[in-house]
Structure formats: C-alpha cells, structure tokens
Design a protein around this ligand. Structure first.
Ligand code: ZN
Length: 422
C-alpha cells in the first residue's frame, strides 16, 4: 500500500465522462441534437437500465426505492457510516438537452470509476443517485423523487399523481419495472453534492470553469392590485385623475430599483400585468400585477419587500388609488453547508480551475437534500447560458473539471481508508 493520493489533486477521466454523456444522450435523441426522455417512459427505463449496468460494471450494488430513485453504492471501509452521496436526474424536458441532470449522474458515475482506477478505498461508502422525475414535465410536481426521499412529499399522494392521459406515477413506475422496495423517506446521508450545468450565462461571461455554489436565492412573490377611477381620456384634466396604470408604472420602476440597489444576488421582476378596462381612450381604473423578488439573504429580501411596499403606498397616495399587496409564494433563501462549499472551492483551487462563487436561481434536487443533510453544488458553464433547449451544450474540458472537483470534494468528505495509487 502506497501513500494515499492527496484528495485535492484527483482527476477523473474526461474522455470517458464525455463518452458516457454522449451514449446516454442516444436514448431519446432528437433530430436537433437534444434529448426527449420524459420521466417514467420506456426511454427513461432504457436510460435507467444503462446507468445501472454501468454502475454494476464499476462494482457497485444497486437498490431502488419506492418512488423509483436509483442508488448505486460503492462500499467504504466502514459500512456503518452514512454514505457520501452525489447525483442528479436523467429525465429531460420534451425538448431538453444532453447535460441538464445527466451531467450530475454521469459525473457521479465517473467518480466511482475513477476511485476504482486510483485504487482508493474510502472510509465512508460512496453513493450515486438518479432521482425520479426532477423535471416535472410529464408529472407535477418537479423534484418528485428527492421530495419523497426527504419526506417533504408523501409517497401515496405522489404515486397517485397523473399525467395528461390519466396514467399514475405508481402505474408508470410498475410498467417500467422501477417500483422499488427500499422504503421512503430514505436513509441517512453523510453529505450530498450535485454537479450541474449552470443554466445561466455568468460563468461563461466571467470565463470561469467552475461555479462554487454557495446557496440558492430566497423568493417572495406578491399580487398587487391598484384601483383608481376609470374616466374619459379627453375631458378629464391631468390634475384630476386617479390613473392606476401610472401608479403601477412607478411601482414597477421601484421593483427594478430595489433589485439593482441590492446586487449581487438580487432579482426583481414584474412579469404579469393586467389593465382594466384596457381601452385606449379610458384612464385605467384598475391594474393587477405580479412582483417576484429574490435574494440570497433573508434580511435583505425583507428590505426589498419593504421597499416595494413603500413604493405601493407612495403611488397610492400620489395618485389617489386603493392598494393591495397579497403574498403568493415564500421560499426562504438556502445557504449550502459551509464545509462542503469549502471542499468544492478547495477542489477547484487545487485543480487550478478558474472558479467563482455563484448562487442558484433555479430549483435542484440538492435544495431538497439540504433539508436532511449537509449539501453543496458545483456548476459548470453551458454555452450561452442556454438550457431546457435542444441546443444546450457544454465543453468537455469544463465538464471534466467539474467532475474532478466533485471527486476531490467527495473523497475529502468520505476519507481515504487506503490507496494503491502511484
Ligand atoms: Zn436539472
């Protein structure tokens, strides 16, 4: 037995990772170079079967839980330790790409293969998971498998969800042979990592290879209604109007301004507006619009809400309007586990990969897992920031770097029991 390899300097086989991604993308391949592999279809079954055959070839034992999540386990020296886990999803949108989700599962598989190549025995077991129905395209809600695994979603109610043809999740699972017997909510997890394409433009623009995901944005949504007085656009003098749309315009500016004032990690969007009566020669009597505010820190998010509330009050007072601001969604910000974020950052530094801290604006299985275990994510760039699109693309070297960072971060958490690496 030789000295253990330094966990920080480990590298995966990037060519093998790329080949596996391309092979997986053949299942449900579309003419435009994307993938259509909806959850719990026969194509999903084929992809699951392929993943399992690869995991078994890598020496793993495989189990399936009652919602169809697949766990490939590489034993550690101490079987009593909870596994260090990674994974993502292999279902896609109807016009999805080759990398969203698939990268996280194939990167995990590549970690298993690389540990074998390097002759590393870890202290804790390593598990690679493929979560059921992350996309939520055929069956709602999204992030279904991880939601049931952590106990956020009930098994029976989830199995009863139907697609547009009335097929239930339960019957679809049985039809493809993936109604497993491992109980949910699931087993203890020592740490959870998820590698994923960024699905946004920042890493590419900043010319970084690895995004160290420090957390996920909190979200607060509102429906705002401003009510003034409908009146004729000609005879009503400018100083005697109660124009609801004019008030709304000032609030919309304030939503934008508060986000700009609280960068980085702030977003403010008004994406839905209705104007009544919406007639060209009538002063608008009532406007309803949405407000979507996001920030990484709860106290700043609350400040952004207060800013918008003040703008609503000011617009109402200025234009003589009645106002209402009703909350419609509230997701708290999530900070990933600092020691795992550090492990990702250290892995990127040791690899010499240009990296930066980044936040997730989208939903991922890791956000659910963070409720039951320390969790963190690794982002890699995708071309022009585009995903959920058949043209979704990523560079082989970036994917390899992200998987190498995943390998070193996981080994650092699992601990090296022994190594035969040169
Ligand atoms: Zn995804």
């Amino acid at each position: 037995m030789s000295l253990p390899a330094s966990p920080a300097n480990l590298r995966v086989n990037g060519d093998r990772l790329w080949q596996s991604l391309m092979d997986l993308a053949q299942i449900g391949a579309t003419l435009k170079g994307g993938v259509c592999r909806l959850a719990l279809t026969d194509l999903d079954r084929q992809a699951r079967d392929l993943f399992i055959s690869w995991a078994k070839d890598a020496g793993c034992s495989v189990s399936v839980d009652q919602i169809g999540n697949i766990f490939a386990r590489r034993p550690g020296r101490n079987p009593d330790l909870p596994p260090i886990m990674t994974g993502s999803h292999i279902d896609t949108q109807p016009t999805g790409g080759k990398f969203d989700g698939c990268f996280g599962v194939m990167a995990g598989l590549e970690v298993l293969r690389s540990l074998n190549d390097l002759g590393i025995e870890t202290e804790a077991p390593i598990e690679v998971v493929a979560w059921t129905n992350e996309e939520g395209s055929r069956f709602a809600p999204c992030m279904m498998g991880s939601g049931v695994f952590i106990g956020r979603l009930g098994l029976e109610e989830t199995l009863a969800k139907t697609d547009e043809h009335g097929t239930t999740v339960g019957s679809a699972l049985t039809a493809i042979g993936y109604a497993g017997d491992r109980p949910v909510p699931g087993h203890a997890v020592g740490a959870y990592f998820e590698a994923h394409i960024e699905q946004g433009p920042i890493l590419e623009a900043e010319q970084k290879t690895v995004g160290v995901v420090i957390g996920a944005l909190g979200q607060k949504w509102f429906d705002v209604t401003l009510t003034g007085v409908e009146a004729h656009a000609g005879p009503t003098p400018m100083e005697r109007r109660n124009d609801a749309l004019l008030g709304a315009a000032e609030v919309i500016q304030a939503v934008n301004a508060t986000a700009l004032a609280h960068l980085p990690y702030a977003c403010g969007t008004v994406g839905f507006v209705t104007v009544a009566p919406n007639s060209r020669n009538v002063i608008p009597g009532q406007v309803k619009f949405s407000v979507d505010l996001r920030h990484l820190h709860a106290e700043i998010l609350d400040q952004m809400v207060a800013d918008v509330r003040a703008a609503v009050d000011a617009a109402a007072a200025k234009h003589g309007l009645q106002s209402e601001m009703v909350p419609t969604a509230d997701f708290p910000p999530l900070a990933f586990a600092p020691h795992l974020v550090d492990a990702v950052r250290n892995g990127a530094t040791a690899l010499g990969a240009p990296h930066m801290d980044i936040v997730s604006g989208a939903g991922h299985d890791a956000i659910f897992l963070a409720e039951v275990a320390p969790a963190a994510m690794i982002f890699v760039p995708c071309e022009n920031g585009i995903s959920h699109n058949e043209i979704e693309n990523a560079a082989p070297d970036d994917l390899a770097a992200g998987a190498s960072v995943l390998l070193s971060a996981m080994v650092a958490q699992a601990g090296v029991a022994s190594s035969t690496a040169a």
